[in-house]
Ligand binder design. Structure first.
Ligand SMILES: O=C(O)CCC(=O)C(=O)O
Length: 281
């Protein structure tokens, strides 16, 4: 558990994890009793307060303004970021069915010019807070790792069921899930007998970074480049790998300012022939 007064920024490897997968989990950093009290408060609300959730559950401030969250948001969004006024409390009763896969970044009416997706940058992140344990039958949030990088994912994704390599985020009470705004995700069915709450906030970058806003060590650059090229998040067609790597590299460079990496295209197809045991007969 990080101490409350520590602002340890993310490491290069944690930034690469976020770029490649599109999400980061913050483990609980406040006592379980605190989250139980928030759960009770939510249960007592007669209606959904919508954007006013903050006002009616002021203790949420103790979560979102905690250093454990600030260190992650600063690392991903730079030293200046803002909290969007829109917030949402999801109350999933027993029997709630799965949502369709979707990307929240497409929901914004003011941005219908099509420029609301940033597959090569980190401009906004969703932060989802769960005041109770979320077990696999309680409607955990599902994610498709790496799906924030592809603009061309078909709208038909919405009608699909399970994806290979999807992540079902079962979490301990008090955990937060930080998501790239463009990631495909969905709430799943609650087949338990417990209500699952989740509170969603959106944070936005205010400035382009002139240097890394995380704990960067340039002596690791070669290893970081290799990870950005080789790490797998979820299965994709092989012909998309150069585009995926280009977007990963651009995302790093867009948030790293003067610590940009030099990316050179390699023809990955040249070299040794496939070994006989990789050939389907
Ligand atoms: O309920 C969930 O786990 C996910 C909700 C969601 O997808 C959303 O708020 O956009």
């Amino acid at each position: 558990m990080p101490k409350d007064n520590e602002l340890t920024l993310l490491s290069d490897d944690e930034i690469v994890n976020f770029i490649t997968k599109g999400y980061h989990i913050i483990e609980p950093f406040l006592p379980k009793k605190f989250h139980t009290e928030i759960y009770k408060k939510l249960e007592s609300l007669p209606t959904n307060p919508g954007d006013r959730i903050y006002k009616v559950v002021p203790d949420l401030q103790k979560i979102y303004s905690n250093n454990a969250v600030i260190r992650v948001l600063t690392s991903l969004l730079g030293n200046k970021y803002s909290e969007a006024s829109h917030k949402h409390c999801h109350k999933n009763h027993p029997g709630t069915r799965s949502q369709m896969w979707h990307q929240d970044s497409l929901n914004i009416p003011a941005l219908l010019d099509g420029n609301n997706r940033f597959p090569d940058h980190i401009k906004s992140v969703l932060v989802m807070y769960y005041p109770q344990d979320v077990e696999s039958n309680m409607g955990p949030t599902a994610l498709i790792p790496g799906s924030h990088l592809f603009k061309s994912a078909p709208d038909r994704n919405a009608s699909h069921g399970n994806f290979r390599d999807q992540v079902i985020a079962t979490l301990k009470a008090g955990s937060l899930l930080v998501l790239h705004f463009d990631i495909w995700h969905a709430g799943t069915a609650n087949t338990s007998n417990k209500i699952r709450y989740m509170i969603k906030y959106l944070f936005e970058r205010k400035h382009e970074s002139k240097k890394p806003s995380w704990n960067h060590n340039s002596s690791e650059n070669q290893r970081i480049l290799e990870r950005l090229e080789k790490d797998e998040a979820a299965a994709i067609q092989r012909s998309l790998i150069p585009k995926r790597n280009y977007l990963r590299m651009k995302m790093w460079n867009n948030i790293a300012g003067d610590a940009a990496l030099k990316y050179e295209y390699h023809d990955k197809w040249a070299g040794a022939w496939p070994k006989p045991n990789n050939i389907l007969l």
